[in-house]
Design a protein around this ligand. Structure first.
Ligand code: G6P
Length: 488
């Protein structure tokens, strides 16, 4: 907040921080979506207030939740305004399911799913970006607001806003990886996408590696001037600063921690809820039901563990939370079916005493439920095939104030760079992941403590306020520079 000195902040994201749904009894209730973006941006917005513009997606009656395009947040979250942009079914299909999630998502993640590029989706993507840009202009109370643009849904919006509000400070953060120029180059609209993003004052990625890929793509596909030393790109008279800002989570406050049940109690509750024998060792995975998360490979690793180490049979349970996501897309439906099939097979092979060794919980879970699972677990498996950062690993660490529990982490998640105390694995290498699970389950408590204590101090220090703070400090510096150069 201190960085902003009263400047207006407008956030633009596809996913809304709260979804109003209508229950079976007709009553409206609020749900928090499973989204790394929301996990990170929401605490920042609570701290600096302002307006959050997002796609209205709940099943509740629009009018009931959205008088004059605005809706009050649930108690305790009134610090900022949420303005919803409602999309027609065709717009949602073309922009969100089509171009964003069948085009951009597989384009940017190396998960060996081919992107689909349809002209009609692209047209909806452009239209919806324009609608959100209009909403930003409508919300702006001055000619130079700070606009925080989030993610691959809005690659065209920065330039659209820049045209209407030339003095705005536009910070665009790309929450997913940025691929190498060859991979990116297959997109038929690569030039428009790069030009759209270069409307930003600052373009942020999780890692230096993604920044480098972006700069190389600009170098390859646009006539731009790149100053590597200052990490800036000049294009058509505008300058964009490219920087890495590793995203993180809000570290739990002492008050919230004091409300948590002890790890032993969490364990008792989890065992009771899922009918897991008390003496079992427990591994957990918590993901959206997405093909980039490596759930299939993880199941193969669990199967391999039980083949290689029969001593774990009847003494080990793997709980996989898989929050439904983008379920209207065929790729996601087929993926879910495949996971269910493999889960059944493993359960047929290894279940003991009538209890399944793999518990696949394909439902939405509230944060408190997930936190209880983290605290009950002996090991947390984060084995994404490719991930911009991944916040599940940071949430797991934050939940373990007992300094116990082992994190197994994919080397292809951005988080692996700053979390070397985890057991770092190649998620494609089934044998290696199986060995890492075994190693976790047999790791002495003292070694667990040493690793976990280090992980915790890193995440505590480099929390989400650092992420936002650094970006806003950089933005403040840019604003000042521009104001000074205007005076010259
Ligand atoms: C990733 C993306 C976010 C997105 C989230 C959930 O974290 O970077 O932009 O919100 O997945 O996906 P969904 O499609 O449900 O919003």
């Amino acid at each position: 907040r201190s960085q902003l000195r009263g400047d207006q902040v407008i956030v633009v994201s596809n996913r809304e921080p709260y979804i109003h749904e209508k229950g079976k009894d007709g009553r409206v209730f609020v749900r928090r979506p499973a989204s790394g973006l929301v996990t990170a941006v929401e605490p920042v917005m609570r701290a600096c207030s302002g307006t959050w513009i997002a796609h209205g997606s709940g099943t509740a009656d629009r009018k009931a939740v959205d008088r004059h395009d605005r809706v009050a947040l649930p108690p305790g979250h009134e610090e900022y305004q949420l303005r919803r942009v409602w999309l027609s079914p065709e717009e949602e299909q073309g922009y969100y399911y089509g171009f964003a999630n069948e085009g951009m998502w597989p384009l940017c993640h190396v998960a060996h799913v081919r992107p689909v590029f349809r002209e009609s989706d692209w047209l909806y993507y452009k239209t919806v970006n324009q609608r959100f840009a209009d909403a930003v202009v409508a919300e702006a109370r001055s000619e130079d607001p700070v606009v925080l643009v989030q993610d691959y849904h809005f690659a065209l919006l920065p330039a659209m806003v820049r045209r209407r509000l030339p003095r705005a400070t536009i910070l665009t953060f790309w929450h997913i990886p940025w691929p190498n120029p060859e991979s990116f180059g297959i997109c038929p609209w690569r030039q428009e996408i790069l030009e759209g993003l270069l409307g930003s004052t600052i373009m942020g990625f999780h890692t230096r590696f993604h920044c480098k890929n972006f700069i190389e793509a600009v170098d390859r596909y646009l006539e731009a001037r790149i100053e590597h030393e200052h990490s800036t790109i000049s294009y058509k008279g505008e300058q964009t600063f490219i920087e890495s800002y590793p995203i993180s989570i809000e570290w739990p406050t002492r008050d919230s921690v004091s409300e948590w049940a002890s790890p032993a109690e969490c364990r008792r509750q989890v065992c009771e809820l899922h009918d897991i024998p008390g003496h079992h060792r427990i591994a957990v995975g918590v993901d959206r039901f997405d093909y980039t998360k490596g759930i299939l490979e993880r199941l193969h690793a669990v199967e391999r563990l039980l083949e290689k180490h029969p001593e774990w049979r009847g003494k080990f349970t793997f709980v996989q939370v898989a929050a439904p996501t983008r379920a209207a897309l065929e790729e996601y439906q087929a993926f879910q079916q495949r996971i269910e099939q493999v889960t059944r097979r493993i359960n047929e092979r290894f279940s003991a005493g009538g209890r399944e060794v793999v518990r696949l919980l394909a439902q939405h879970h509230e944060h408190e439920q997930v936190n209880r699972l983290y605290r009950a677990a002996d090991v947390c498996l984060v084995t994404s095939l490719h991930d911009g950062m991944n916040l599940v690993c940071k949430e797991f660490v934050a939940a373990r104030d007992d300094e116990q529990g082992v994190l197994v982490l994919s080397r292809f998640a951005g988080a692996a760079r700053d979390m070397p105390e985890a057991l770092i694995v190649n998620p494609y290498h089934v044998e290696e992941v199986a060995d890492a699970i075994h190693r976790s389950l047999t790791m002495p408590p003292a070694e667990q403590r040493e690793r976990m204590a280090n992980l915790r101090s890193t995440v505590r220090e480099f929390n989400v306020y650092r992420w936002a703070g650094k970006m806003l400090t950089d933005a403040a510096r840019w604003r000042l520079r521009e104001r000074i150069s205007e005076r010259v």
